[in-house]
Write a protein that binds this ligand. Structure first.
Ligand SMILES: Nc1nc2c(ncn2[C@@H]2O[C@H](COP(=O)(O)OP(=O)(O)O)[C@@H](O)[C@H]2O)c(=O)[nH]1
Ligand SMILES: Nc1ncnc2c1ncn2[C@@H]1O[C@H](COP(=O)(O)OP(=O)(O)O)[C@@H](O)[C@H]1O
Length: 313
């Protein structure tokens, strides 16, 4: 016997079918962007992971893969079975291991198609409070394919900071040991307070695997990396204006007025270091600056720098 379910009123049905059509169109637009190289497949996957109920998250993995240039139905089926993803899965519904396998597959493929651009050590530095940590955090969240080095530090963890994610928190004795044992690629005392250093092992392992690595470190560290690895690419993050830098430092509210004044004096010297860098990125907007940094990680040839510095205090 047929079930006697109540039917929704016509108005609801019309609205629901309109919404379904709009959602289908939105998904088609994303596939079109991927197919025409306007958006990278990795970026679509990152968006799907951060908002599983959004347009990207609702894309089926099968249709997503087919939209990638040079992947047809046969290849797509082979990839799905190799990655152990069932055809009914949507990007937003993938489990952690499936996501990791798909991401690895996409990044290896994109590297191969770029003509295996060389793995590169990229340094992001800049004056205090310009937004280095903010931009690096944005990259960590939105570009999971970028390897961000995790530094060792003698400073205490702040609330919300996790061991091995924000930093490796070590005491003075352990930091001394790491320096003695040559385990740090570079290290420095930052803001006259604590020691920070880049563990050498993970950086060398990533480069050997063919993966580029990003270091968010201070200017002394950038100089040390340049000496140790002259082939590293150095990016300098600039504030839009000096006044904006002052606003960001004061607005952050993490330093006393005396410490703020001291850091602003240092910032003048730090700004003068911009000419030692390969590229300058102006941090007007966090998402744009992050995208520029990620783009610069992949560039094969350095474009010419403007002849004169962009900003002076
Ligand atoms: N030389 C060097 N500097 C680092 C390293 N890790 C972080 N830094 C720098 O240390 C500074 C302080 O960072 P942090 O403790 O997160 O504090 P905040 O920037 O004041 O919020 C920043 O300028 C970072 O760029 C590292 O491994 N080496
Ligand atoms: N593009 C931006 N626009 C506005 N404020 C920003 C921007 N980037 C960073 N900030 C803010 O500036 C302050 C300093 O940023 P932070 O990442 O701590 O700097 P740094 O790591 O370079 O010392 C923070 O309060 C942050 O929220």
């Amino acid at each position: 016997m047929a079930e006697n379910r109540p039917t929704p009123p016509d108005v609801d049905r019309v609205a629901a079918s309109r919404a379904a059509v709009a959602a289908r169109r939105a998904r088609a637009a994303v596939k079109d962007q991927v197919a025409h190289g306007k958006r990278s497949a990795l970026e679509v996957l990152s968006t799907a992971i951060s908002s599983p109920d959004g347009v990207e998250g609702r894309l089926r993995v099968t249709e997503f893969l087919i939209s990638i240039p040079a992947i047809g139905v046969t290849k797509m089926r082979r990839i799905m079975s190799r990655l152990e993803i069932s055809p009914s899965k949507r990007l937003g519904g993938l489990g952690k291991h499936q996501r990791d396998r798909l991401r690895d597959f996409l990044s290896t493929r994109s590297r191969q198609r770029r003509g295996a651009s060389p793995a590169r050590l990229v340094v992001l530095a800049g004056p205090t409070a310009v937004g280095k940590g903010t931009v690096a955090g944005y990259i960590r969240e939105h570009y999971p394919q970028v390897l961000l080095s995790v530094s060792a530090t003698t400073r205490a963890p702040r609330p919300g900071e996790a061991e091995g994610v924000s930093y490796y928190f070590v005491d003075d004795t352990e930091f001394d040991r790491m320096v003695e044992a040559g385990e740090l690629l570079e290290w420095a005392v930052v803001h006259n307070a604590h020691r920070y250093g880049t563990p050498r092992g993970p950086v060398e392992a990533a480069l050997a695997r063919g993966d580029s690595v990003l270091l968010e470190i201070d200017i002394q560290g950038a100089r040390a990396v340049q000496l140790a690895m002259p082939e590293a690419r150095l990016l300098f993050l600039l504030p839009p204006t000096w006044d904006e830098l002052v606003r960001r430092l004061i607005g952050r509210g993490t330093e006393s007025p005396a410490e703020q004044a001291r850091r602003l004096e240092t910032a003048k010297l730090e700004l003068a270091a911009q000419e030692e860098f390969d590229y300058r990125v102006v941090n007007h907007d966090v998402a744009e600056a992050a995208r520029e940094v990620v783009d610069l990680m992949n560039l094969r040839q350095a474009p010419q720098l403007p002849e004169r510095p962009i900003l002076r205090s």
